[in-house]
Write a protein that binds this ligand. Structure first.
Ligand SMILES: C[S@@+](CC[C@H](N)C(=O)[O-])C[C@H]1O[C@@H](n2cnc3c(N)ncnc32)[C@H](O)[C@@H]1O
Length: 346
């Protein structure tokens, strides 16, 4: 049975499903889900390119944060990366700082890639229950299942997924109480007709991580903005799909065949982390990486490229320039540098 038929079958038995449930099946079902089955999606050959896949400089730079946290809280200490993908963040990080590391992944293909890597990475499919150290999540939260709602007549309508003959279609309902509560807390002043992705799984996930963190910090890196910053994007909402590094089809058209994602509401994450006792700092990725030394490293690379050119060492010059270009990509103010980084410290 195809994943689409499986979804239609569940709708026939239980009625239209919340978008969260659709997203859970489309992304994580073991038989046909985008991450739940098939090949690794987060490497260069996959459907999107993330900061750690752009350059090992990303993991190396995050190692500075990890080393600082280790000096601050001492041992026992470990790094836990949730949604670790191919391991392209953890591996260079562990070359710079020697700490026990765990990669948490729900994707079997990613777990296989992580398990085959040399080194000391423990691979798991669930978060450990008590953590002292640093938890990192790069482009995880935008993939956690979310509900969809539209502002309507001063209230809200929740968009569910139903079926119409062979097609999956959106059908609007009264919002569930948990969706109404999330919207009241975090949606902000959305004009009539505006769309909001209610990121209930993201806020629940962060609340749990902060509760499990005995000492240390959680670092969440993703595209998105504050509630205020997202307001101009509310007319059409931010839900979208990706395939082969480009925007993909309508989210309901090909479940399991595309990534489904939306901009992360960082105000919601910050509020939840604070209400669970963490101290929160929110920065842009370019500022965060610069504070950890990446802009300084870029200046050094530019100097080194000039010096290699003066020495007539063309191969070194090209290699250094290419590393410099990777650093520039991570810091680009309208690209990856515009991502947000939330650090919640306990
Ligand atoms: C967009 S990819 C990012 C991979 C990697 N962090 C990177 O930046 O290249 C999101 C990853 O999160 C994983 N994932 C989603 N939900 C998860 C969860 N609840 N626990 C652990 N991993 C999860 C997916 O399987 C996928 O590999």
């Amino acid at each position: 049975m195809s994943l689409k038929d499986r979804i239609r079958d569940e709708i026939a038995r239980h009625g239209p499903m919340p978008f969260e449930r659709f997203m859970e099946l489309a992304l994580y079902h073991p038989d046909g889900g985008f991450f739940g089955s098939g090949s690794l999606k987060s490497d260069k050959a996959g459907d999107f390119l993330t900061s750690p896949e752009v350059s090992p400089l990303f993991g190396e730079t995050l190692a500075v944060h990890v080393a600082r946290e280790r000096s601050r809280i001492g041992d026992p200490f470990s790094v836990v990366e949730v949604g670790a993908g191919s391991g392209s963040l953890l591996r260079p990080l562990l070359e710079k700082v020697e700490v026990p590391a765990m990669a948490v992944e729900v994707s079997p293909a990613a777990r296989a890639a992580l398990g085959s890597a040399p080194g000391e990475i423990t691979v798991a499919d669930e978060m450990p229950s008590s953590i002292r150290g640093v938890v990192i999540a790069n482009e995880l939260v935008d993939n956690l299942p979310m509900a969809l709602a539209q502002r309507s007549g001063g209230g809200w309508r929740e968009r569910r997924v139903g079926s119409d003959q062979d097609d999956l279609v959106f059908i609007d309902f009264e919002p569930r109480p948990e969706v109404s509560a999330w919207l009241a807390d975090f949606a902000g002043d959305v004009p009539d007709g505006g769309w909001v992705e209610a990121q209930l799984a993201a806020t629940a996930w962060l609340a749990r991580v902060v509760d499990e963190l005995q000492a240390g910090s959680v670092v969440i890196i993703d595209y998105g903005d504050t509630t205020e910053g997202l307001l101009p994007r509310r007319a059409d909402g931010t839900l979208r799909t990706y395939r082969a590094h480009h925007l993909g089809p309508h989210p309901l058209d090909e479940p399991g065949k595309t990534d489904i994602t939306a901009d992360v509401n960082f105000s919601a994450l910050a509020a939840v982390a604070e209400s669970h006792g963490a101290r929160v700092e929110l920065q842009r990725q370019d500022d965060f990486l610069s504070d950890l030394g990446l802009r300084h490293r870029l200046s050094e690379l530019r100097e080194a490229a000039l010096s290699a050119a003066r020495d007539g060492d063309v191969m070194s010059q090209l290699r250094i320039k290419s590393t410099g270009t990777e650093a520039e990509t991570l810091l680009h103010p309208r690209g990856l540098g515009d991502f947000r980084v939330l650090v919640a410290t306990v």
